[in-house]
Every structure is written in C-alpha cells, then in structure tokens.
Design a protein around this ligand. Structure first.
Ligand SMILES: O=C(O)CCCC[C@@H]1SC[C@@H]2NC(=O)N[C@@H]21
Length: 286
C-alpha cells in the first residue's frame, strides 16, 4: 500500500510509523466506537486498512459480551485497529473468514506481553477466545466489531500497563507493572503490538484468510492456556455447560468435550471459566 508521508507522532514515533493512519487521542469514550463511526461514515475513504486510534484515557471502554472495560487515566492503553482484509492479489477476503482476526490480535498481544513479562515466574498465555493472561490473571482483552456495512472490522485491545492492586477493576485482573515489568514504555508496547499484529495479519491475508495454512491456528494452540482444561462455558443467553476444552476448529472456535458421550460443543462466543479438572463432569479425560 502506498502511504503518504506523515510526520511521526511526538509521543508515539514508533507506533505512528507502523500504522497506515495513526490518531492518538488524549481522551476518548471508546476507541472502538470512534473508529467504527469514522470508518463507516462519510469520510470512510480516509480510513484505510491498518488505521489506528489509540488513547491512554478511555472513559467508556466496551468489553466483550456487552460488558464495560475500564482503567484509570494514564495507566493503560486502548488501541483500535481497522482491518479491511484483502489477499495478496488485492481480492477482498470474505467476511465469513474474519472470525479468527480477534484471535490474531490476541496472539500478537500475547507475544508482546510475553516479551516483556518473560522474567516473571508465571507463564503468559491466551485464555479462549483472546484474553491475555499472566499466570491466571488477565492483563489484556480484545473486542472485535464489524462495521455496520461489513466493509471492515475494528479490533480493539486494552492492555493494563501500570495499574496498582487498588486500581484493578476486578481481582482477577493484573497489569504489566504488577507482573514485575520495569520501565514500561507505552510506545514500545503499542509499536510491538502493531508490528506483531501486522506480521500475523499479512501472513493470514497472503493465505487468502486461511487460519490453518497461515499458521494462525498453530500459534493460537501453542499459546492457549485453555486447551486441555476443564471449563465452564456460559453461552450468550445464559445457558451453562461444563466439559473439557479439547481443540480449536479452523475458525478458531472452541471445541469442548461434554460428559456422558454427548456430541462436542463448538463455541463461537461465550464466557469461559477454567475449572479444577475434576469439576468438568467428565471422568479422567486429560
Ligand atoms: O476482554 C474484553 O472484554 C475486551 C476488552 C476490549 C477493550 C478494548 S480497549 C480498546 C477498544 N475500545 C473499546 O471500547 N474496547 C476495546
């Protein structure tokens, strides 16, 4: 893609160099909302593939499944990236294949967090679908939102940088600082994420949007801390099932083995809780 020459953002020189368009907002309600409105509005043509809106002061952040996402000003990053997927030949990749893109973002963020927190004693991994955990605590979450006209997808990532224990929205959250990362540089986190997301996205695009051929599925399996675990799954609508998370299908959906020989449950959206293995309702199934 030909990009016009742009002056780097003074606070985010690395990040602004790796985005097709980079808008840093000193404050935003929801960066996803800002980008969805802009990319679907009358100036849509000015918002290309890999345009970015980001802030460290998001006042009305949106989470998955209708939840909110909050962090005190200056302690976290909210990063939204617009994707308008085309393959290497410039052909549009069908929207049915975009379901793995939030997973791609989760892999990118997990790689960045791993690079920063690898000295902490606890492992970094992906809890399905795309929560980045340090140990058992969540440091980053991802929300994908389709544009109303389906001409693109906005992928928002929130990552907790410097929150203290008292500032955590829930006790199951954490921050890079709480995980022992010193000298946290927001530009390095943002640029690292945009770089890794772009590399993975390019691989996926070049394969025509094939999660298997592009290696996205292998990466997701390798980084998953859900596979092999007993899980409780709350489906949209409130139905709860228990079983053992066995695999990811080619769309990144979670395949859960259920008790009593029931057919496996294939989960495309829902809330997954890791259980102690003997809570699954299935005997010795590891
Ligand atoms: O884990 C979740 O529930 C997903 C959280 C996603 C939060 C990010 S922050 C940037 C973007 N803007 C939003 O309003 N939400 C996402």
């Amino acid at each position: 893609m030909h990009l016009p020459h742009r002056a780097p953002h003074p606070r985010f020189p690395l990040s602004s160099a790796s985005a097709s368009r980079f808008e840093w907002m000193t404050r935003a309600g929801s960066t996803n909302e800002v980008l969805v409105q802009a990319a679907a509005g009358p100036s849509a043509a000015e918002w290309p593939d890999l345009a970015v809106v980001a802030t460290d002061d998001q006042t009305a952040g949106k989470g998955r499944l209708g939840r909110s996402w909050s962090a005190p000003a200056g302690s976290s990053l909210a990063i939204s990236v617009l994707l308008r997927p085309h393959d290497g030949e410039g052909r549009a990749i069908p929207v049915e294949r975009w379901g793995v893109l939030p997973l791609v973002a989760g892999i990118a963020m997990a790689q960045v967090v791993h690079g920063l927190a690898h000295r902490s004693a606890v492992p970094v991994g992906l809890k399905w679908p795309n929560d980045v955990l340090i140990g058992s605590r969540k440091v980053s979450g991802i929300l994908g939102e389709l544009l109303p006209d389906a001409s693109g997808l906005v992928i928002g990532a929130g990552v907790n940088l410097t929150l203290t224990e008292e500032q955590l929205p829930v006790p199951t959250a954490t921050s890079l600082r709480l995980a022992g990362v010193q000298d946290i540089d927001p530009d390095a986190v943002l640029a690292g994420y945009l770089h890794d997301l772009t590399v993975l996205y390019d691989r996926w695009r070049a394969s025509g949007g094939d999660a298997v051929a592009s290696g996205v599925l292998d990466d997701a399996v390798r980084m998953s801390v859900t596979l092999g675990r007993a899980v409780r799954v709350e489906l949209p609508g409130g139905v709860v099932r228990r079983g053992v998370a066995r695999s990811l299908d080619e769309g990144g959906r979670l395949v859960v083995e259920l008790p009593d020989g029931q057919p496996p449950l294939v989960v495309s959206a829902g809330d997954v809780t890791h259980l102690r293995h003997d809570d699954s309702g299935i005997g010795d199934s590891r």
